[in-house]
Ligand binder design. Sequence first.
Ligand SMILES: [Zn+2]
Length: 351
Amino acid sequence: MPETLVDLPIADGRGARRVTARRLRTMWFWAPGWSRQACCGRIPTGGQVAVVRSPSGSAYVAGVQRCGSIWCCPTCTPWIRWRREQVLRQAMDAHVAMGGSLRLLTLTVPHTPSDQLDRLFDGVAAVWRWSVSGRIWMGAQRGLGISAWVRSMEVTAGAGGWHPHLHVALLLDGPADDETVRVWWHRRWVAACERFGLHRPSAARGVTVRDIAGSTAGYVVRVATEVARADVKTGRDKARFAVLQLFDLASTDRARWARDAWLDLAAATRGRHATYTSAGLRRLIPRVQPADLPQCPPSELVVIDAEQWRALRHQPTALTNALVLYEQGHDAQAAALLHAFGADISSIAPQ
Ligand SMILES: [Zn+2]
């Protein structure tokens, strides 16, 4: 066995996350109710799996089941959110081209360590629905010039408990005074929280409005990323962690806390939408989506039959190292590593 290859350090955060994900999936496999997450990336959909490389250079295993979670899967979540970001960028580009402007609104509610995540999610979602309905909202749309919105629920975890909050992109018809927008939203958000029995949002942090138009280059990109890409964010400080950071922690001395937090999160987010868009925004979304456009297919590097895959998938470090080597262009070393762990190297696909 090529020890030097097996012991290769996992080069970056993404590699370490892949190893952790494979380890955790093995553990969840026997836990009732976790079959989709546990099968993701492990169970073949047919008689073979393949290691492939995309045109952008990333290597991954194809031909395995996927859980499709937008919330907490280290594989599926970034992919789904990236696609959503592309769609939002197109819609926001169209809005800005017509003379509109964008604002980022962040809405939070106070919480305590004992608050249940399920209840906080339900509460924040209900408060938002109430805030954007009824006569008062219709009046504000006209008064503030709000033509569309997209809202994203995010959550971080820390010693202070769960912290669900909303990031909202407001699409305004023209220029607007930020303080006027903030004052209206603060009044509305406080009234809504009190109505649904949540704690009263603070005057300073409950509602913030950001206009990032100062940097015109990348203006739309920044707004779309802020709303769509919870997977690339980190907690606000060192004691607060975003969802996929919990995965990174699961291989440290805080492993147990991180795993328990992740399991709570996966249970609480099951069946929940992460983002909602208004009808006005959906009208801006072009018919042809990025996912529908013709794409270069990934190139197949190694085909592995299901029997060999069953042995290989229990070697998360070796498998991840092989993927990293493929991404770095060291195809022969990667293939040798897979062969050392049971893959039939005679099945290397022709290049
Ligand atoms: Zn998944």
